[in-house]
Design a protein around this ligand. Structure first.
Ligand SMILES: NC(=O)c1ccc[n+]([C@@H]2O[C@H](COP(=O)([O-])OP(=O)(O)OC[C@H]3O[C@@H](n4cnc5c(N)ncnc54)[C@H](OP(=O)(O)O)[C@@H]3O)[C@@H](O)[C@H]2O)c1
Length: 248
């Protein structure tokens, strides 16, 4: 059963952090458009297996891989494991991320190391490995945050710093891989209703107010833009806000 055009028919996608939230919605959206999908997770084995079952119910192949993005070998190794399991790699979605927010004085060295390992180093290593395994015409799509464009209050130093590194990475990847027709783009979600940032959480009302639309977005709304970029051949080095007007 398919519900949209199968523009990604025959493609293989890897979605890091695909067990829940934006990653899970993206895995399902890419599968609806025809892709076979690998998802990584850190602890959410059962949730990842549910995503695999949902992809298979759409008639696509899927595999769940335990791979901690904070571990350099596992971050890069997920690419090789995807190629072995599904026969290639056409689309990498760097989605796995951690949000550590709080006052500057309360952020310890372990917080800094963890956030940079997952949000920056893991993305670099997965992208590097993917570039080495992808055929020409591949896609690298990374999930940033609206906080790279506008930080609306205190507490975001570490998170905003880590995600801002992805702006430079994306532009540089676009330049380096452009000759092979491989595109690299960055999607900046605003407040999205997930486990990381529930729409009924203690800081939710304030976040919704900061958007032009006055509401949280859904993981599916972010996934739709990722899927568009997965099919777009003449878009690269670009940033896309899916933020309800948070940056307006
Ligand atoms: N929600 C928002 O408002 C929002 C806004 C802007 C940007 N973002 C970004 O969007 C991305 C997804 O966020 P989300 O809201 O969907 O988060 P989420 O609901 O907390 O889900 C996070 C996903 O990432 C995986 N993950 C976390 N750390 C990992 C690691 N070290 N190695 C492998 N997988 C890991 C989790 O796997 P497990 O199930 O194994 O834990 C889970 O699948 C993140 O990069 C986040 O920074 C979110």
């Amino acid at each position: 059963m398919t519900t949209t055009d199968e523009t990604l028919n025959g493609k293989v996608a890897l979605v890091t952090g695909g067990s829940r939230g934006i990653g899970a919605a993206t895995a399902l959206r890419l599968a609806r458009e025809g892709a076979d999908v690998a998802v990584t997770y850190e602890n959410g084995k059962e949730a990842a297996q549910d995503v695999v079952a949902a992809v298979e119910a759409l008639g696509r192949r899927a595999v769940a891989l335990r791979a901690d993005s904070a571990d350099p070998g596992e971050a890069a190794g997920a690419v090789d494991r995807t190629v072995r399991a599904l026969g290639g790699l056409d689309v990498l979605v760097n989605n796995a991320g951690v949000g550590v927010l709080g006052p500057l004085e309360g952020l310890g060295l372990s917080d800094v190391d963890r956030v940079l390992a997952v949000n920056v180093r893991g993305v670099f290593l997965a992208s590097q490995a993917a570039a080495g395994r992808m055929a020409d015409g591949g896609r690298i799509i990374t999930i940033g945050t609206c906080m790279t464009q506008r930080v609306p209050g205190p507490g975001g130093t570490l998170y905003a710093m880590s995600k801002s590194a992805l702006v430079g990475l994306t532009k540089a990847l676009a330049r380096e891989l452009g000759p092979r027709g491989i595109t690299a783009n960055l999607v900046h979600p605003g407040p999205i209703d997930t486990d990381m940032n529930p729409a009924d959480g203690p800081y939710a009302a304030g976040q919704a107010t900061m958007t032009a639309l006055g509401r949280f977005g859904t993981a599916q709304e972010v996934a739709a833009t990722v899927a568009h970029l997965a099919g777009a051949a003449y878009v690269t080095g670009a940033e896309f806000a899916v933020d309800g007007g948070h940056a307006a």
